[in-house]
Ligand binder design. Structure first.
Ligand code: NDP
Ligand code: MG
Length: 380
């Protein structure tokens, strides 16, 4: 029996992870569920899965959650420290890291320190703090299994010899504005940005996908997960989202991973790793598809991708700044407080103002994250 904790169980990835677990009732058991503020859904999940502990970040909702679950036999805890406690829950073997944003950082660190395997979706954690997280993963010898579809694809296509690999190729759908002229992109509305052409995801990552900031975060995520130099991480636009990513080998071969755009497939692979188990998820019909298309990303219309490469190459605290600025700006755009065009402009401003520092400590990272958010809030 694999005992599983889900951080972010009420979100898009968290809910799909529970669907995967539903397929393996004899082999997987939910021991801890953690969420931000959605007490109703967390209570519903608790009734179904009967975990040992429920953690809600929003302490103001503690009594609501408790009153929704009369007779619940597990523990109910609340506040940021409760998420950290759930992440390190003693009986868990594997933690699904599916919180959105930097809020997942301390819980992910706690889970690794407690020796849990991680099914990792929460990319902002690696972008902001990859230089701390990856050495910890190595020191603890845990499995750190990518859930992000591109990274799961690469993980599945990678052979052992790193010298045989020429580059990693991340595919990007191009998002809803792929064919739009620059002026229209700059003035796109919230609803237009949320309409992703090929994936159905949470709101923040949907905005990131429209700006290509998501692909930028994924380039930095790939750098840390696979230990690759930025010159050997490519991005190609592939609007059909059928090829999830590729590895280019020194002999000229490309190995690709293909499938439907359904996150339950990479989630399942992470949960059943190293085995590949049966799943009834939709099948890909290649003949019905007919053709696949590819294009170079346009960094002029989508500057966030170029800014992410710059931040990644600068290293140190630059990716932390990129991530914090982007998170604040995505939230401000979702709240209809800024235009879509302001997202890359303000990320660039944030990146140029901060003094960089290589090999930052956790405190440096948390401070820079906070300062960047304040800078963005004061310069809307
Ligand atoms: P959602 O917004 O749908 O879900 C976020 C989850 O995090 C919710 O359960 C939310 O709880 C919870 N949460 C928010 N704040 C806190 C907090 N402070 N402490 C604990 N939990 C919190 O996001 P997604 O599921 O779309 O994305 C999750 C992560 O996975 C992101 O990093 C994203 O980039 C990555 N990812 C997502 C993909 C997708 O298809 N959705 C694909 C690839 C990667 P509540 O709702 O209760 O507030
Ligand atoms: Mg992805």
């Amino acid at each position: 029996m694999k005992n599983i904790t889900i951080l972010g169980s009420t979100g898009s990835i968290g809910r799909q992870a529970l669907q995967v677990i539903d397929n393996f009732p004899e082999e997987m058991r939910v021991v801890a569920l953690a969420a931000g503020g959605n007490a109703e859904l967390l209570a519903e999940q608790a009734r179904l899965y009967q975990p040992e502990v429920l953690a809600l970040a929003n302490a103001g909702k503690y009594f609501q959650l408790k009153s929704l679950l009369p007779g619940f036999s597990g523990e109910i805890i609340a506040g940021d420290e409760a998420i950290v406690a759930a992440a390190a829950w003693p009986r868990a073997d594997l933690v699904v890291a599916a919180v959105s944003g930097i809020a997942g950082l301390l819980p992910v660190i706690a889970a690794i320190e407690a020796g849990k395997d991680i099914a990792f979706a929460n990319k902002e954690v690696l972008v902001a703090a990859g230089s701390l997280v990856m050495p910890l993963v190595a020191a603890k010898g845990i499995n750190f299994l990518p859930v992000d579809s591109e990274h799961s694809a690469i993980f599945q296509c990678l052979e052992d010899d790193p010298k045989a690999v020429e580059s990693l190729i991340l595919t990007a759908s191009g998002g809803p504005f792929y064919n739009w002229p620059q002026e229209n992109i700059a003035n796109a509305t919230r609803d237009q940005a949320l309409k992703h052409p090929t994936w159905n995801m949470g709101p923040k990552i949907s905005i990131d996908s429209a700006s290509l900031a998501n692909k930028g975060l994924e380039v930095i995520e790939a750098h840390w997960l696979f230990g690759r130099d930025y010159d050997t991480i490519e991005v190609v636009i592939h609007p059909e989202s059928v090829i999830h990513s590729l590895v280019r080998y020194a002999d000229g071969s490309l190995l690709a991973h293909l499938g439907k755009s359904d996150m339950r497939i990479p989630i399942q692979y992470a949960l059943t790793y190293p085995r590949r188990r049966a799943g009834s998820w939709p099948r890909l019909d290649l003949a019905a598809l007919g053709k696949l298309t590819f294009a170079k990303p346009d960094l002029g219309r989508f500057p966030c991708l170029g800014l992410a490469y710059e931040a990644g190459r600068a290293g140190g605290l630059s990716p932390t700044v990129f991530n914090a600025a982007n998170e604040e700006l995505a939230a401000a755009f979702l709240a209809e407080k800024i235009s879509f065009g302001q997202i890359p402009q303000k990320i660039e401003k944030a990146l140029t103002r901060t003094e960089n520092k290589q090999q930052p400590t956790l405190e440096d990272i948390l401070t820079t994250d906070q300062e960047t958010r304040e800078f963005i809030a004061n310069n809307k």
